[in-house]
Design a protein around this ligand. Structure first.
Ligand code: FES
Length: 149
């Protein structure tokens, strides 16, 4: 007499085996999700130009064409402004109030979303609770690029 295994017997698991399988599946899904998230961050960093290292060790932050005259852009942890044509300046994107990252450059000012501080395009305080100007970041123009100095 031979043992016959029916289909339901093949798929029957004890409770411990089922829990272990669930844990392994959850771990695998988490690993895949984290891996995908990292790739998205790298792609975003590459897209915004903040991670493009150059042969001389400087970093390309932006193309000059990306920075509007009378405005600016935020690239990674650097704010790049162009108050007048060709006058580029760089600043830390860390607000001098309580350390939030400034969120946007619009209407001729750099704005912090946390408590409403505003900074002029030269980094000086334009309003809000910030006690001092944004820290400067040395930048220079090379060709059509703005690079860290
Ligand atoms: Fe920017 Fe408070 S941290 S206004």
């Amino acid at each position: 007499m031979t043992d016959q295994i029916s289909a339901p017997d093949i798929f029957r698991m004890d409770r411990r085996t089922a829990l272990a399988a669930t844990g392994i599946a959850a771990t695998a899904l988490t690993a895949v999700a984290c891996s995908s998230y990292g790739n998205t961050e790298k792609a975003a960093a590459s897209t915004n130009g903040a991670q493009d290292k150059r042969q001389d060790g400087s970093t390309e932050l932006a193309k000059t064409s990306e920075v509007p005259v009378g405005g600016g852009v935020i690239k990674g942890d650097t704010v790049i402004t162009q108050a007048t044509a060709g006058a580029f300046a760089g600043f830390s994107s860390t607000c001098t109030h309580l350390g939030c990252k400034v969120g946007e450059v619009s209407d001729g000012v750099i704005k912090c979303p946390c408590h409403g501080s505003k900074f002029n395009l030269d980094g000086s305080v334009a309003g809000g609770p910030a006690p001092r100007a944004l820290d400067t970041r040395a930048v220079r123009v090379e060709g059509d690029s703005i690079v860290s100095a």
